[in-house]
Design a protein around this ligand. Structure first.
Ligand code: HMG
Ligand code: MG
Length: 283
């Protein structure tokens, strides 16, 4: 039997958060519902951040409460602080994510905090989630390159990954936020991170700005990672990362994984339908 690789669908969050035109909640809900039918086990569809910082995500509560939940699918939300966590719980998020950075410049630009301050803010969120039995995922942005600080040392990535592991994150997603990572740099970063955290607690999160995301996924597969974040239709970017293009497109990752002999469990026909919907939403 083919070995399983999971695609963690982030299009409705990481994809749509950067769209300038306000997309109606009903369209977002229709996209999530289509993705649920495509066979994903985890779909990130909400972000409880400041609506002044990311206006597109202001209707996250309406999206989470409006979707048709498929049993067994975990609907995830970003929660930068306790206020976001409470809102996510009220809306019925199945899991939450805290999101830090390996570079100071991006941490400041994205969440208005130093790395140390951000970890302090995340601690009560992780603790509250643990008390309620809610799984917490961690993100580390700028694992190879930062739009403000340049190249990021692998040791810094490993340090932040370890801090998120110590807080109880069940999985930590490694973000090449601006999609500038070359395979050699990704490999060196993974080598440092794997000295701290095993591959089965890591995910790869590649933006495709320079067209190297699939290569970087292959490097990560070689290092033992078996979870990759992707956005249907190649939606996305990050409003606080100038130059960040979309996430690598889910349908391209699924096709490449199939060529490499891995099983994703996705229905490719339904996935094409979702990609069509996503492309129609793009500004
Ligand atoms: P701040 O200004 O330092 O904090 O923002 P604050 O506590 O002073 O709050 C500012 C305002 O936001 C206040 O409102 C708060 O009430 C409100 P005001 O008094 O001005 O009217 N506020 C909130 N509103 C709703 N929900 C909340 C919340 N918290 C505060 N949870 C903060 C700090 C973290 C809130 C802000 O910087 C922020 O929202 N940043 C979010 C940035 C973001 O969402 N970026 C994109 C996601 S990360 C990403 O895409 C990378 C990733 O994909 C991985 C990768 O690719 O690398 C994950
Ligand atoms: Mg991202």
């Amino acid at each position: 039997m083919a070995e399983r690789v999971e695609i963690f669908e982030v299009g409705p969050r990481d994809g749509l958060q950067n769209e300038k035109r306000q997309i109606p909640a009903a369209d977002k809900i229709a996209l999530v519902d289509c993705l649920s039918r495509a066979g994903f086990r985890r779909i990130e569809c909400a972000s409880f951040v400041s609506p002044k910082w990311v206006p597109q995500m202001a209707d996250s509560g309406a999206v989470l409460t409006g979707i048709t939940r498929v049993p067994g699918v975990s609907y995830a939300a970003l929660t930068p602080n306790m206020r976001g966590f409470e809102a996510a719980m009220e809306a019925g998020a199945d899991e939450v994510a805290i999101f830090g950075s390996a570079s100071e410049g991006f941490s400041r630009a994205n969440i208005n905090a130093s790395i140390a301050e951000s970890l302090e803010r995340f601690a009560p969120v992780a603790e509250a989630a643990r008390e309620r039995g809610v799984p917490v995922r961690g993100y580390v942005s700028c694992v190879v390159e930062c739009p403000y600080d340049g190249a990021v040392p692998p040791s810094e990535v490993a340090r932040v990954v370890s801090a998120l592991r110590d807080m109880g994150c069940y999985e930590i997603s490694l973000g090449d936020t601006i999609g500038q990572g070359v395979p050699e740099a990704v490999d060196a970063m993974l080598s440092a991170v794997l000295a701290e955290v095993p591959a089965d607690r890591l995910a790869g999160h590649f933006h495709d700005t320079a067209g190297r995301a699939l290569e970087n996924i292959e490097v990560s597969l070689g290092r033992g990672l078996r979870v990759f974040d992707a956005a249907v239709g190649g939606l996305g970017g990050c409003p606080y990362a100038p130059g960040a293009a979309g996430n690598v497109a889910t349908e391209r990752v699924a096709a490449r994984l199939a060529e490499l002999g891995y099983e994703t469990g996705l229905d490719m026909a339904v996935l094409s339908e979702a990609a069509e919907m996503a492309r129609a939403m793009r500004g």
